[in-house]
Structures are given as C-alpha cells and as structure tokens.
Design a protein around this ligand. Structure first.
Ligand code: HEC
Length: 468
C-alpha cells in the first residue's frame, strides 16, 4: 500500500513537471485556435488511412500520450462532446502561429522536411506541402470563419504577365501551366481569397481589381479603383485588399471584398508601387518610388501608423517574422541599388543596407533598367532570404537572421530575374524571367534550376496560393 502511494507520488510529480510547458502552449494557442476548423479539417486526419501506415487513432486512443476519445460503437467519427475533449488534448500540442514549436506538426513530419527526429508512430508526412500538413498549419496559424470551413486546396503559382492579356496558373508539382485567366491586359499583382475560391488581379488597363473564379478562371466582376493600380496585398481573413495606386495623387486603396467596392484611399506622397500585408496580417506596408518611403498602415483602422524615408525609390519588399509571427524585419529593394535595405520593425529604422556580390571579373552586368535588384522572398521557416539581381542575372540565397550569402545561381540562357515566390515548404523558388517569357523553378537546397515553364509575355509579379 505504501509502495502504491509512493508510485502515485512519483507519477504525480512527473505529471506536475510536464503540464506547465503544455499549459503555456495552450494559453498561447487558446485565442487563435478554431474549434469548427479543428472538427472539420484536423480530426479527419487522425482517422485517415495512409498506405503502409497505422492510423493515428489506432495508437492515440489508447496507451500513448495525446490521448484521443474512443469512438462510440458503430460510429466512424467523434460526436460534438468527444470532439471538444479531443480539441482540449490536441491544442496542448500546438503553439499558436508557430508551426515549428507545434509537436502535432513536427512529430509525424520527416526530419528532411523540417520535422523532429523520431516519433514512435512513424513519419506520416514527407513534405510541408502535404495537404494534411497544410491543413494543420492553417489551423495553428489561427484560421477562422470562412477560410476555416474550407479544405486547404491545391498549391499554385499565380503568374501575371505584365505585357500580356492573361494570367498563368502553374502547378508546382508538374511544373506545367494548368490554367489561364484570359481578358486581363497588363495584369499587375495577384492575391487569392483565403478559402481559395477567388483570384484577384489588379488590371492596369482598366484601373480595376478584377475578381476571377478560381475554378473556371473567368473574370466575374471588376472593382473600380481611385487610380492606376500596381501591386497589392490581402488580409488574412480576405476581407480587405490594400492596393497600390501610382502617381502624385496616389496612395493605398482599401477595397472591401464583401461589399465589392473601394472603401477608402490612404494618401501617400509620391504614390505607391508595391503594397504587402505582413505575415501576421496586422499591417499593410506600402513602398513609394516617388516619395522614397516605406509606409506602415494598420489593417484594422486603415490608418497610416509610421513611415521611414530611404532616400531612394522603394521597390519590392518581403518580411521576416518573429517566433510569435509578428514582423521582425522588412527587406526593401531600392531604385538603382543592387542590393536591399534592412528595416527593423520595432525601432522603425533602417538597420543596414546590404549590397549584393559584385560580378566576377570578366562578367558583364545586364542592362535591363533602373531597378537592378527586383524580387525577394523569405522561406516559411524564416531561415532563408532569396534575392534577385537583374543586373547580375543571378538569384542569391542569404541565410537568416545573419544575412550571409550561402548560395547563388546565374540564370544562364535566360534574361531578367524580376520577381520570385516560394513554395510553402520553402524548397522551390519560382523566378519570373521577364525577358525570356518563362518562369524558372530553382531548387533552394542546391540552388540549381530544375524547370523552365513558358508563360505569357514579360512575366513579373507572382504569388503562391492555394486554390479550391
Ligand atoms: C504506431 C502507433 C502510433 C501511430 C500510428 C501514431 N502515433 Fe503518435 N505517438 C505514438 C507514441 C507511442 C507516442 C509517444 C512516444 C513518442 O513521442 O514518439 C506518440 C507521440 C505523438 C505525439 C507527441 C505527444 C506528446 O504529448 O508528446 C504527437 C503530437 C503525435 N504522436 C501525433 C501523431 C499523429 C498526428 C499521428 C497520425 C498522423 C500519429 N501520432 C500516429 C504512437 C503512434
């Protein structure tokens, strides 16, 4: 009897030691984790049969940590009450907005794809592009509402063609164009609604944002803007578009997508060329070429919060996030500068300016215009920054956060690496080769070109999105 009590005390001590870490994660996760999404999209993963693998439920209902509710006799899934209990158990194994700190995502993922070393239940996913893994990531990142109800959809690269009359949709698995939106001349930027049903494209020829159906690729409607549009960003809930408007009277148009109309224009001196929404969705960041400024707008209030002047026209930007998902640094390319500026988000100041490597002796720069370094992207794990140089006809790989060059690829045979987007697993960069009318796929690990995908005329802006 005394022995039993002693064991009980040891067990209690062990249990006492483990919960704080879980409790901490649960507290962080409590706000953003959506129960309906969990029930519709996460729980089915535990029941799914993968070839060669035992199912999650076959072990996790009995005898393992992360104990799921037993299924009621004759029932293929959990009822509401059981689902709520499962939700409580599972949310202790994830950290809100932080996939790498979420055991649920790291434990069944192969180490090669970024997962942890060992899971007694085996490695069920070999890539972060796996739709199941993506469904979990969507949940951890705090998806709710309309986006939450939808399944995660297929990953696509959306390539606008700046001198064409179409938008090319690329499948990054087959590296083929699998769809085309026609009837958009001089398309500039693109964005996709979080439920993957609509593709928005800014149309320079009609000064509208065109709304296309993601299944039929037909333009369904056109929303008039206050002026000539360039690039734009979408909020995480899909409710607002923040659209660059160029020219002296320009600024940022805020479009209400539910109402299908312009809600407000935030004036910005010198007009705006590129606007992005930060990875945490809290800010729209607008770069002005004429005003030489980076401008940060609160996406909740649509008000300008702060600006920084960089002394040169501001071109493409990308963002590095903190572990909690908030913005750490803005990387901004500048007119006539073969490199980029590094802006510290917390202090709102330029921290440093990085020059890209000089060309090797005997190599000639490529004369493609003033914006010599154009197109940048950060991998989802925040470890790599990809930077194009049009001047050097080369794509560079920098390590983060230390900003050291760790690789590069000269785009031999092609002209003008002008824009870049990455797959969600951070393995492949899709670089628009504006002078060659194709998109190059680059394997980021080896920095080797792995495919060339012919698209429309003078392809520039591209994005990665999930379509239904
Ligand atoms: C063959 C049995 C088995 C299968 C199948 C299995 N697991 Fe596990 N799982 C375990 C065992 C045993 C542990 C505890 C030891 C360990 O962490 O490796 C565990 C641990 C875990 C943990 C860590 C729990 C904690 O609190 O530390 C997570 C998360 C997890 N599994 C998720 C899954 C998911 C998701 C699936 C399905 C895709 C799955 N497991 C399939 C046996 C299994």
């Amino acid at each position: 009897m005394r022995y039993a009590i002693a064991i009980g005390a040891v067990l209690a001590a062990v249990l006492w030691i483990t919960p704080p870490a879980h409790a901490q994660q649960a507290a962080a996760g409590a706000a953003g984790l959506d129960f309906d999404y969990f029930r519709a999209n996460v729980q089915p993963i535990f029941l799914a049969k993968r070839p060669g693998h035992a199912r999650c439920v076959s072990c996790h209902i009995d005898g393992t940590p992360m104990r799921l509710q037993a299924l009621s006799p004759g029932s293929a899934t959990w009822n509401e009450e059981q689902s709520r209990k499962n939700f409580e158990v599972i949310r202790q194994r994830v950290a809100a907005n932080n996939v790498t700190a979420s055991k649920l995502l790291m434990h069944p993922l192969t180490p090669e794809a970024g997962g942890d070393l060992y899971h007694s239940g085996g490695k069920h996913w070999t890539s972060q592009s796996d739709p199941e893994w993506q469904a979990l990531a969507t949940w951890v990142k705090g998806s709710t509402g309309r986006a939450a109800a939808a399944s995660p959809g297929k990953v696509r690269i959306i390539q606008t063609n700046s001198a064409g009359d179409n938008v090319s949709i690329i499948d990054p698995v087959s590296n083929k164009v699998v769809g085309e939106i026609t009837g958009i001349e001089v398309g500039h930027g693109a964005a996709v609604s979080p439920d993957g049903t609509r593709i928005y494209v800014t149309n320079e020829s009609t000064s509208t944002v065109d709304v296309a159906d993601a299944t039929t690729y037909r333009v369904m409607s056109k929303i008039p803007l206050s002026g000539h549009p360039n690039n734009f960003g979408i909020t995480r809930d899909g409710g607002k578009l923040f659209i660059s408007i160029t020219g002296e009277k320009g600024g940022v148009d805020v479009v209400d997508t539910a109402a299908g109309r312009l809600a407000k224009t935030v004036p910005i001196k010198g007009g705006v060329h590129n606007t992005y929404v930060t990875p945490d969705g809290r800010y729209a960041v607008a770069g002005s070429i004429g005003g030489q400024t980076v401008n940060v707008i609160d996406t909740a209030t649509n008000e300008l919060v702060w600006s920084v002047n960089l002394g040169l026209g501001v071109r493409p930007m990308t963002f590095e996030a903190n572990a909690d998902g908030s913005t750490k640094r803005i990387y901004a390319q500048l007119s006539e500068f073969n490199g980029f500026s590094v802006i510290d988000f917390a202090t709102r100041k330029e921290a440093t300016r990085i020059k890209l490597p000089e060309l090797a002796a005997g190599k000639r720069p490529v004369q493609v215009g003033g914006n010599v370094s154009h197109g940048m992207a950060v991998t989802a794990d925040q470890k790599i920054l990809i930077v194009n140089s049009r001047l050097n006809n080369t794509v560079y790989k920098y390590s983060l956060p230390d900003l050291k060059v760790v690789g590069s690829v000269e785009m031999t045979g092609g002209i003008d690496p002008n824009w870049v987007t990455l797959t969600p697993d951070g393995r492949t960069a899709y670089v628009a080769m504006s002078g060659s009318n194709w998109v190059s796929a680059i394997d980021i690990a080896t920095m080797k070109e792995s495919a060339r995908i012919p698209v429309g005329f003078v392809p520039k802006r591209n994005i990665t999105a999930r379509l239904q």
